[in-house]
Design a protein around this ligand. Structure first.
Ligand code: GTP
Ligand code: MG
Length: 190
């Protein structure tokens, strides 16, 4: 797997570099585990900032994968405690990124495995469904479920989503990390 290094934080659309290299972004509610997933993919503890406080990642953060493509950590949605003005800015930033970014070829959409989609997820899931690129649904924090619960969840999810495109994942136990890399490579055509 490629080495991931921090490239740039983007706070406004003019700051988004036109690289011409493919990008895969990581989307999901605040606190669902986006940054933890990135660190696990990188096999590094502190590449992306993790916090107990939701809403930590407030910029679009670019990580370079050996200079060949980018993984992009998006700010989480559904975080109600931010001032309204900031919330609007962030969602505008993300909306425009998702809607207009030519380099974007894949979306890793995170959902908490314990709850499934909840308020805030539905708009995003609806949007993602109609998107033209590759989508991987990743169900996070699977270590918090028993093996039995995971099997039940899997069956539920398989009915709801394309079975080919979802992964049960735990940043803690590494469950699913190889499947996520396999999907990334497939999406990149490697
Ligand atoms: P924002 O940047 O606020 O949008 O959050 P995020 O989606 O990047 O979540 P982050 O990775 O910061 O994780 C949020 C919390 O969930 C942290 O306390 C993590 O330690 C915890 N967490 C993330 N992944 C896992 C996991 O697989 N298992 C368990 N048990 N905890 C996890
Ligand atoms: Mg984060």
């Amino acid at each position: 797997m490629p080495e991931l290094t921090f490239f740039r934080s983007v706070y406004s659309l003019e700051d988004i570099p036109a690289t011409g290299l493919p990008e895969i972004c990581i989307s999901g509610r605040s606190n669902v585990g986006k940054s933890s997933l990135l660190n696990r993919l990188a096999n590094r503890r502190n590449l992306a900032r993790i916090s107990q406080t939701p809403g930590k990642t407030q910029s679009i953060n670019y990580y370079s994968a050996d200079g060949g493509f980018y993984l992009v950590d998006l700010p989480g949605y559904g975080y109600a405690k931010l001032p309204k003005s900031r919330r609007k800015t962030f969602s505008q930033l993300v909306d425009t990124y998702l809607g207009g970014r030519r380099e974007l070829i894949g979306i890793i959409q995170l959902i908490d495995s314990r709850h499934g989609p909840v308020t805030g997820d539905f708009d995003m899931l609806e949007w993602v469904k109609n998107w033209n690129g590759s989508i991987l649904y990743v169900f996070t924090k699977a270590d918090k479920l028993t093996a039995n619960e995971r099997a039940k969840r899997k069956n539920m999810f398989a009915k709801e989503f394309s079975a080919e495109n979802y992964v049960m994942f735990s940043a803690r136990t590494r469950m699913g990390v190889n499947d996520i890399w396999a999907w990334i490579n497939k999406t990149l055509g490697i």
